[in-house]
Design a protein around this ligand. Structure first.
Ligand code: AP5
Ligand code: MG
Ligand code: ZN
Length: 213
């Protein structure tokens, strides 16, 4: 099963994608997590990506597409995957579609996790992220067992550089201009499913599994 998670920054794509990956035993692939891991390790890719990410802009398509196509070509992707944060532009979606076409393959579902902008700004300021393993928490909704420490790997939790309110606003603008058109793109292909992302995490997940099962 090949799934794309759509939705604004902070809609809960990552939260749901991790639960989907576990339930259906497929890898969770987040381009944002890949970039953040590169930033943390000080790679050339990380240095370049950071200049865009810190401003709330998208990393250029050429760079992003190459990374994603390499990742989905790996062995563990043979039975499918859940993409979180890719595609984010129409050109990215077209490249993915063409590459899958060549293999006689296609995306099964594009799931839009729908959350209005007002809710998003509130959510992001409470998010805490582990830059070591990619786990995310929320100081109110999903607190870690010990404040400031990742339950999964024991690393320090941080407020992401791009989660400052000014940058979140910019990311929302970029989302509406460049990513939202994908909703129509996947509607035309008859694979778009919309879920209400303002519900409790477990209710959002129930809505998603009702689609996938
Ligand atoms: P990326 O890492 O993908 O960030 P994003 O899309 O902005 O999304 P987030 O990770 O911020 O939110 P999310 O939807 O995963 O929400 P989460 O589950 O964490 O990308 C970062 C940057 O990298 C981009 O800005 C861009 O520069 C670059 N980039 C990445 N991919 C790219 C691409 N394809 N092309 C070009 N550039 C790219 O949830 C948010 C918070 O809410 C958490 O605290 C969570 O605990 C909480 N929460 C989740 N669900 C609920 C719920 N139901 N109720 C209450 N709280 C909830
Ligand atoms: Mg995410
Ligand atoms: Zn961790």
């Amino acid at each position: 099963m090949k799934i794309i998670m759509l939705g604004a920054p902070g809609a809960g794509k990552g939260t749901q994608a991790k639960m989907i990956a576990e339930k259906y035993s497929i890898p969770h692939i987040s381009t944002g997590d890949i970039f953040r891991a590169n930033i943390k390790n000080g790679t050339e890719l990380g240095k370049e990506a950071k200049t865009y990410m810190d401003q709330g802009k998208l990393v250029p398509d050429e760079l992003t597409v190459k990374i994603l196509l390499d990742r989905v070509a790996a062995d563990d992707c043979k039975n499918g995957y859940v993409l979180d944060g890719f595609p984010r532009t129409i050109p990215q979606a077209e490249v993915l579609e063409n590459e899958l076409n060549k293999l006689g393959d296609k995306i099964d579902y594009a799931i839009d996790v729908n959350v209005p902008d007002e809710n998003i700004i509130k959510r992001m300021s409470g998010r805490r992220a582990c830059l070591s393993c990619g786990a995310t928490y929320h100081i109110e909704h999903i607190p870690p067992k010990k404040e400031g420490v990742c339950d999964k790997c024991g690393s320090e939790l941080v407020l992401r550089d791009d989660d400052k309110p000014e940058t979140v606003k910019k990311r929302l603008d970029v989302y509406h201009a460049q990513t939202q058109p994908l909703i129509e793109f996947y509607t035309e292909r008859n694979i778009l499913k919309t879920v209400d992302g303002t519900q409790d995490m477990k209710d959002v997940f129930a809505a998603i599994t009702a689609i996938l099962d």
